[in-house]
Write a protein that binds this ligand. Structure first.
Ligand code: KIV
Ligand code: ZN
Length: 515
């Protein structure tokens, strides 16, 4: 590996998925894995296989499907964890076992209830065991930044001797700061005699908002792998954001002197996908991928940018995949223009999918004068559902107003072709709608989160509804739908959530429905 290359290790599907409220199913994890492969990440940490049969299956599926990134699974320093990772990733073109054990005094005393020698033995034994199964082994001393240095040096030397090719230095609780963390990396380089036999990796949490800064400081000090997540999602305040580390290294190559293998033009697309599937919105002012990241509002800035972009822009929006074409389609645009525009946006549809999306585009173009790139992507997303519809919205009539009790009449069609009609009242039109749907399907859902956003500008813009629903006795799901009518979008999003969960629990659609 070149000295000037930083490997990007994405843990969106493992540490990111540990974020409260994130719940991705197998298909969604695979979709994200494909997007990460397109993005060019070197290593995808696909999950923690011992944690559940679902996680095991997802890691295995990803290991089978992905060809250009190494697929890694996490294991405690326990044989059965290592066996589970091995069984899940052995089919991968390139697989890695990531073993960890805590090394700080706090963790040794209160969590592991072991002394240093016992922990060192566990670490070495587990790395040796993992190495007997696979050649690419990573070791993490959890809570490294709060561990006693001498013990940390000792354990790192021992695991490298036992076969670890990568040693990761986690700032597990987001406690360190850039100066201190850079010193730690330097100390490791100076005090672990065999350190040049391994890649030093960084893994920073964002509890003090320093995750990215700490990662960059460590890279400057010699670390050559960065562990991070898309949009910085993860436990508590999250992990360091991949897109921020990558763009900082690229924009300030003069300072850092290193490069990554990331295809930065894919950044926005994968950010949107992760946000959509996890249901975690990206704040508008978020660096690199926020909706306002490249917007210039003040007159002075606009004037400067118009004269020369570099006055107020340090990165080109196109470099992270922001479309700047300003091209709009309308009702007179043909199938060819539609297909070509999608291609430019990185979407290549099969003939069948293109036909469906084009039909939908025509309906939309009839209602909206101008169809923007974001509208097109929303249409494609909305049509590209990966689950079979058990229920479909046939019709919806709302009566609502400031002084009347909102009512909804909903007509649903089942997969078997049966049409049901129900009226309900509620606190508002959306509540009335959801009550009617619950009543007809007999699958009651608790709405954990709900949001509506405008996909593009203008009063005739698409509204995208996002719901997070916990259906009785089933897991939590996130779903979306778009429409120029926000109540229709809300109803469709709820039905999509129901369809998604019923696809994962096929028995419920028979037992639970009153068809
Ligand atoms: O934050 C952490 O310490 C981790 C390890 C398991 C690498 O996620
Ligand atoms: Zn972590």
């Amino acid at each position: 590996m070149s000295k000037n290359k930083v490997l990007m290790f994405d843990t969106t599907l493992r540490d990111g998925e540990q974020a409260p409220g994130a719940s991705l199913n197998e298909k969604e994890k695979l979709e994200i894995a494909y997007a990460l492969e397109r993005l060019g990440v070197d290593i995808i940490e696909a999950g923690f296989p011992i944690s559940s049969p679902g996680d095991f299956a997802a890691v295995q599926k990803i290991a089978k499907a992905i060809k250009h990134s190494t697929i890694c699974g996490l294991a405690r320093s326990i044989k059965k964890d290592i066996d589970a990772v091995y069984d899940a990733v052995k089919v991968a073109e390139s697989g890695r076992i990531h073993v960890f054990v805590a090394t700080s005094k706090i963790h040794l005393t209160h969590k592991l209830k072991k002394n240093k020698d016992e922990v060192l033995e566990m670490a070495v034994d587990s790395v040796k065991y993992a190495k007997s199964k696979m050649s690419d082994i990573e070791f993490s001393p959890e809570d490294a930044s709060r561990s006693e240095r001498d013990f940390l040096f000792r354990i790192l030397e021992a695991v490298i001797k036992a076969g670890a090719k990568t040693v990761n230095i986690p700032d597990t609780v987001g406690y360190t700061n850039p100066v201190e963390y850079a010193e730690l990396i330097t100390d490791i380089r100076n005090n672990v005699p065999n350190i040049n036999k391994a890649v030093i990796s960084v893994h920073c949490h964002d509890d003090l908002g320093l995750g990215v800064a700490n990662s960059l400081a460590a890279i400057k000090a010699g670390a050559r792998q960065a562990e991070c997540t898309i949009n910085g999602i993860g436990e508590r305040a999250g992990n360091a954001a991949l897109e921020e580390i990558v763009m900082a290294l690229r924009t300030r190559k003069d300072y850092f002197g290193v490069a990554t293998n990331i295809n930065t033009k894919e950044i926005l697309r994968v950010s949107r996908l992760v946000s959509k599937l996890t249901g975690f919105p990206v704040p508008p002012n978020k660096a690199i991928v926020g909706a306002n990241a490249f917007a210039h509002e003040s007159g002075i800035h606009q004037h400067g940018v118009l004269s020369n972009r570099s006055t107020y822009e340090i990165m080109k929006p196109e470099d992270v995949g922001v479309s700047t074409s300003g091209l709009v389609l309308g009702k007179h645009s043909g199938r060819h223009a539609f297909r070509e525009r999608l291609k430019t946006l990185g979407v290549d549809l099969s003939e069948e999918d293109l036909t469906r999306a084009f039909e939908r585009f025509k309906i939309v173009a009839d209602k909206k004068k101008e169809v923007f790139d974001d509208d097109l992507l929303a249409i494609v997303d909305d049509e590209a559902r990966t689950y079979e519809p058990v229920w479909e919205l046939e019709d919806l009539t709302i009566t609502s107003g400031a002084k009347i009790n909102p009512k909804a009449e909903v007509v649903l069609k089942s997969r078997e072709g049966k049409v049901l009609r129900k009226s309900s009242s509620g606190d508002g039109p959306v509540d009335a709608c959801y009550k009617a749907i619950d009543n007809m399907t007999s699958v009651s859902g608790k709405l954990l989160d709900y949001s509506i956003r405008s996909v593009t500008r203008g009063k005739d813009a698409f509204g995208e509804a996002t719901v997070k629903v916990q259906f009785k006795d089933m897991h939590t799901v996130v779903a979306h739908a778009i429409s120029t009518d926000i109540v229709v979008a809300s109803a469709k999003a709820y039905i999509n959530a129901l369809n998604k969960v019923l696809n994962d629990h096929p028995k419920k659609s028979i037992d639970g429905s009153n068809i």
